[in-house]
Each structure stands twice: as C-alpha cells, then as structure tokens.
Design a protein. Structure first.
Length: 191
C-alpha cells in the first residue's frame, strides 16, 4: 500500500482543479469568443479540430523520440502557457490563431498523461479517483463562474492565461514527486 505524501496529494488536487478549469474555458467559452470576434462557424470548427489532431499525432512522434521525458513535459507546460498568451496577439488572424492552437493542443496532450503517471507513482489507485475529482470540480466551477461574470469575449482569454500559469506552476512543482523518466516500448527488453 502506498502512503502518499500529503503535500503531493494537495498539489495534485490543485493541478487537476486548474487543468480541468483550463479545459472548461477552452471548450465552453473560447468558441463563443471566436464567433463574437468575427470568426465563422467553419473557422471555429477547424480551430477546434486542431487539438484532437495533435493528441492523435503526438504518440507516434514521441515513440520515435523514445518516449515522453521530463524535459518534454516541462517544455509542454511552458508551451501551453505561451500559447495561451499568443491567443491574445493572434486573435485577429485565423492562420496565426490556428498555429497557436496547434501548439496549445500539442502541449495539453502531453501534460495530463505525464501528471497521471506521477499521480499513480505517489498515490494509490483508490485515492487517485478522489484526487482527480478536483478536476471535475474545477471544470464545473469555472463553467458556473464565467457563465455569470463574463462581460466581454476577451475576458475568457484572461482567465485562460491565469489558469495556464497556475497549471504551469503546479505542474512544474509536481516533478519533485516524479520517480523516473518515461520509457518507450522499444526500450523494453524481451526475454
């Protein structure tokens, strides 16, 4: 039986809260913000198809690199925050916003699986569900909160950037609990 470090449990809970609040803003409020900023429904659809595409392609790329390692994860945290800031300056250009969204989608596709791996190294599977519940709370809370307080479309980008920064800070701190680098299936020895 694993005996979790109390600070790791709180940090994981805060990470999941911030990460899934970030996801909530992205999928609930950004499409409306883009439409109100002059994007067509087709353009919004193309932009929001980019993230799943990146999550599909990334495993193939990282398999060739030998797996996702800590440096990739830390880079993804920085890229996700940077892309959230790029959204402000690229909003006026479909192509530039699409490119920023590709970066954002790629980064977000790396971050969560890596933290899930850390979580399962530190806490038991039974406790994992309770810690991950904070993600659902974050998603619901941001949906309810922003549904009441948003007055301009750009405000959603401010909340997105702030939560991306919180995700970066908690995610970076979580690396102290990482017990090893990821391995590629190619690294496994066959008897």
């Amino acid at each position: 039986m694993k005996h979790p470090v109390p600070s790791a449990v709180w940090l994981l809970s805060l990470f999941y809260l911030a990460y899934f609040a970030l996801v909530g803003i992205y999928i609930i409020f950004l499409p409306k913000m883009l439409v109100e900023s002059g994007y067509s429904a087709a353009q919004v659809g193309v932009i929001f198809a980019a993230s799943p595409l990146m999550r599909f392609l990334l495993p193939f790329w990282f398999q060739r690199l030998g797996g996702v390692h800590r440096r990739h994860y830390l880079g993804a945290l920085i890229v996700a925050f940077g892309a959230s800031l790029l959204f402000f300056v690229t909003l006026g250009s479909f192509t530039a916003f699409f490119a920023a969204n590709l970066l954002y989608g790629a980064a977000m596709g790396i971050i969560l699986p890596y933290v899930d791996t850390i979580a399962l190294q530190v806490i038991s599977r039974e406790r994992y569900g309770r810690v991950r519940l904070w993600g659902s709370i974050g998603f619901m809370a941001i949906a309810l909160w922003l549904g009441q307080v948003l007055q301009t479309p750009l405000q959603s980008l401010v909340y997105l950037a702030v939560l991306a920064l919180l995700t970066l800070m908690t995610g970076w701190t979580l690396t102290r609990y990482d017990r090893g680098e990821a391995v590629s299936p190619a690294d496994e020895k066959t008897p």
